[in-house]
Design a protein. Sequence first.
Length: 225
Amino acid sequence: MSTVNYITHLNGVMRKFHKDPGIGPGHRNLYLAFFQLWNKKHFPQKLMINSQLIMSIAKIRSRTTYLKLLQELKKLGYLQYYPSSNPQIGSIIELFRYDTDPDQKMNNSCSIFDATSVQNMVPFNKQKIKTFKNSLKQTRPENEHIVLDFFKKEKRSSLEAQMFYNFYEAIGWKLNGNPIVNWHACAKKWILKADEIKKNQPFKIPPRHRDYLHTSKIKDYSDPL
């Protein structure tokens, strides 16, 4: 696949969004999340995606909403979607290009995409990339001390922090085979689960200690101990 022109493609797809009555804010956010990952992977023809990561970048909390927006983008002709039935293999997205169509080139008749807008989009795109990179940093802590500090702020023991860190470090910071999107949220879930288990443990009545001073058994104290 020839190199995609970052700016020209964004201008083309944004212009199409502007004219398309079926496009809303959710569609824009989801498409931009796909585009950032596509750019990071150097614009392959087909892109394998992690739905949890995409939802996090697009600020979509509901998987139902995510799938609805994705199907609508496909129906409107912005991308092709190949769902995967294997939980270990991600679904495939194919984004259509908008940097090669001569009809998508800017002209003076469209003031909303004038030269000033193009210049202003550059820092915007850099900010989106920075946000995307920062989201990736949340997938795992840099070291064990970061986890210890986090658990300390949550008023938890260092032993519990070490157990959490060692467990997820051993499995590569994955959950159900997928990379953890935010380890802080995972740690809080760990803490809540630990409290729930502790709360649901049955209360055991300690056995009564036998009073060996008062017994009917005859003892012989003449033998040395």
